[in-house]
Design a protein around this ligand. Structure first.
Ligand SMILES: [Zn+2]
Length: 341
């Protein structure tokens, strides 16, 4: 293993850190980029952050595309009935009304359909203790369309804002506003701030966490979902680990480095839940076979992909559940609140 002298951008340790070379494999340009892993905090980070990061987010980059679902609406009757049903399901209110309504309308599909239980909408809402549909919620780095905010809107939440500086302009759909701006330009305090796989794309980690602390309501919660290192797949596949996502992922945190980052911003991590999926396994296997994630026969974009058998895809799901249980998963959700002073 090669070592090279660098200063960690998380803990400031200057040392000869181990070097890794990753390849761009989402689109398959195979351009190489160097990462180093801090000897002290364990954070794996891109050695030199490209000046023009936008180049690596082409127009067909999935999080920056508006899905058909965003253009469709529900009729007002269904919307009102489902909101009442969600009021009972999420906040335990109006049980009598619910017993009648459930004969008329189903709960909205947004309550289900997550690839794993930890990242399901109802789990996150109860975990962070939201109490009302009027609780203000901010999604940071959500791209042009936030599945998460769209799900919350479907349930009945009304104060929903997304922010992303890399989108082409402000967006409005349903009751959701997505602002093309930096987090520091957002006003207001939020009961819940989420970063669903966005923190790893952001250059200035400490400034971002400081802004999150500033925007949290006194009893607010922040949920940060990121790739996490080490993981069993990282140990097995190395730089073919799909979560490296060279060069878009600028930081791959360890538990230690994320905790340190939070502490330096006046926040504390009070819970961690591992939430990887089959994606970590099949994506890494694809990269080890030199197949880009967006290959036409990739299960990531093609539901009828034949790249892996049904048995293999099932095995990947089983493996994901095993590493989530054992704490060796390559994805985790961190729950943060303001640190007590
Ligand atoms: Zn460090």
């Amino acid at each position: 293993m090669t070592n090279s002298r660098h200063t960690c951008r998380i803990c400031n340790t200057t040392d000869k850190h181990p070097i890794f070379v990753g390849r761009e494999m989402m689109f398959g340009t195979r351009e190489e980029f160097e990462y180093f892993q801090c000897n002290t905090c364990g954070c794996l980070q891109l050695t030199d952050i490209p000046k023009n990061l936008g180049k690596y987010y082409p127009s067909d980059y999935t999080p920056h595309a508006l899905p058909e679902a965003a253009k469709q609406g529900r009729n007002w009757f269904t919307r009102i009935m489902q909101k009442q049903r969600c009021r009972t399901a999420l906040f335990g209110k109006h049980y009598k009304v619910n017993s009648i309504l459930k004969l008329i309308v189903d709960l909205p599909s947004a309550l289900y359909g997550s690839p794993n239980e930890v990242s399901s909408v109802d789990h996150l809402i109860s975990k962070v203790g939201l109490k009302s549909f009027d609780d203000p919620i901010l999604d940071v780095g959500c791209g042009i369309y936030s599945n998460w905010l769209a799900s919350l809107e479907e349930l009945g939440f009304t104060e929903l804002l997304g922010v992303d500086p890399l989108i082409p302009g402000d967006q409005n759909y349903g009751g959701i506003r997505i602002a093309m701006s930096e987090l520091c330009d957002v006003s207001g305090k939020f009961s819940l701030i989420t970063l669903h796989h966005s923190l790893e794309h952001i250059s200035n980690q400490e400034a971002t966490l400081i802004q999150i602390e500033k925007h949290l309501a006194p009893d607010g919660i922040c949920v940060i979902r990121i790739p996490i290192i080490p993981s069993r797949v990282w140990e097995e596949y190395g730089t073919n680990w799909v979560e490296l996502d060279t060069p878009r992922h600028l930081y791959l945190h360890s538990l230690k480095s994320l905790n340190l980052l939070a502490k330096n911003a006046g926040l504390e991590v009070f819970d961690i839940q591992y939430d990887t999926t089959a994606f970590e396994f099949y994506g890494s296997e694809m990269y080890s076979r030199d197949i880009p994630l967006t290959d036409k026969n990739s299960p990531w974009i093609n539901a009828s992909s034949t790249l892996f058998s049904k048995e293999e895809m099932n095995d990947f799901k089983v493996e994901a559940n095993i590493v989530n249980q054992s704490g060796q998963a390559g994805r985790a959700a961190f729950f943060l609140r303001k640190a007590l002073v």
